[in-house]
Design a protein around this ligand. Sequence first.
Ligand SMILES: *[C@@H]1O[C@H](CO)[C@@H](O)[C@H](O)[C@H]1NC(C)=O
Ligand SMILES: *[C@@H]1O[C@H](CO)[C@@H](O)[C@H](O)[C@H]1NC(C)=O
Length: 386
Amino acid sequence: MAKGGGLTYALSVTILTCAFSLLPFHHTSAAAAVPEEFKIRQVTDGRNPTTTAHGGSNHHLLGTPAEHRFKSFIQEYNKEYSTREEYVHRLGVFVKNLLRAAEHQALDPTAVHGVTQFSDLTSEEFERMYMGVKGGDRTSLLREFGSHAPPMEVKDLPNSFDWREKGAVTDVKMQGSCGSCWAFSTTGSIEGANFIATGKLLNLSEQQLVDCDNTCDKKDRKACDSGCRGGLMTNAYKYLIEAGGIEEEDSYPYTGKRGECKFSPDKVAVKVSNFTNIPIDEQQIAAYLVNHGPLAVGLNAVFMQTYIGGVSCPLICGKRWVNHGVLLVGYGSKGFSILRLSNQPYWIIKNSWGKRWGENGYYKLCRGHGMCGMNTMVSAVMTQTS
Ligand SMILES: *[C@@H]1O[C@H](CO)[C@@H](O)[C@H](O)[C@H]1NC(C)=O
Ligand SMILES: *[C@@H]1O[C@H](CO)[C@@H](O)[C@H](O)[C@H]1NC(C)=O
C-alpha cells in the first residue's frame, strides 16, 4: 500500500486473466451443507475423478438424482455432448460442481449458489477458457498518465445509487471463451464516461482492444495486454490514449478470438484523454462512482462461477488474487434479507458473461470489507470532449 495525499492506494499489479481461482475449501461447515447424495458420490469418485478424459469412473452416477439434475441442466442451457463417454464425463464434472456450489453456499450464506451455465466445466477447463497464464510481479501502479485521484467529499452521498437508471450502462455483454474481461471492463467505463459527457450511450469495441492492444505495465513489463489471455484496464486506457480512441461495437464487432488488428483511426467514436486510480477506501470509491461514472474494477472471481443471486459476502475470499475485470455501476443498502446480515450494503457490478448469468448479468457484492479485493484495482477514465 502507498500513501498519497493522506489516502491509501493499492500497489499490486497483476494481469487480469478473467479466471476462477480454485481454492480448496475443506471446511467442516461447508461439508455439512453438502447434500448426502453428493457426499457419498465424492467418496466413491476416488482421488481425481474429473482428470480422466473418459467417463470411466463416473458410470455409477447414471440413474441417480444427480443425473436427473444434469439432464435438466442440459436442457436449460442447450448443451450437447458428442459421445456417450463425453456425457458420462460431463456428468462427473457436473456433480463435482454441485459440491463446489454447496461449499460456496456454506461460505457465502447471503448469496445463492448453484448450477450455472459453467457447471459442466472443470476448474482447469474454466481457467484455460477464460484466461491465459500471465502473472505479473506486484509493483507500483504509478504511471505518467493515471496518477492517483485526489480525495473527494463523502458526506452527502446518496444511500443508494445506480448508473443503469440514468442510462449510462449498455446491455450486459458476453465475453465467451476468451479471457477478455479486462476489455469489457474498459469499454464499460468509457461508455459511461462518454454518456455523462455527451448524453449518448454507445456500445464500444472490445475487439479493438483484444486485437490491437499489447500495452505493458510501465513498472511490470510482464503485465501486458494480450487479447484472450488477459490484460489490465489501465494498460488499455494507455493504449487508447496513444491509438487515438476507440471504435463502436458495430464498426469493430466482437468475435471472441484474437485476430489481426483492423483498427482505423477515422472510425474512432470516443477519444480517451486520461485515467486515474481510485483509493482503496470504499467511501472514496462510492464518491467517485457517483461523481464520475461507472468505474473499472478488478476482483477475485472465485465465488462467481457458482453465483446465482443475492448479495455475495463470503466468509473468506482472497483479496490478493484479483483475476477478473468488471464494472462497478452502483450500490445499495437493502434488497435482501438473510440470517445475520439482514441489511448489508452492497455494490452493483456488471459482469460480461451474458444476461443468463447471476442477476440478469449482474453481481451483488457486500460493501465495506474490501471484499474479494474489489477495492484494490479501481480506475476512472476521462474522455475527450472536443
Ligand atoms: C490525468 O489526471 C490526473 C488526475 O487524476 C492529473 O493529475 C494529470 O495531470 C492528468 N494528466 C493529463 C495528461 O491530463
Ligand atoms: C448495444 O448492443 C446491443 C446488442 O447488440 C443492443 O441490443 C443495444 O441496443 C445496443 N445499445 C446501444 C446503446 O446501442
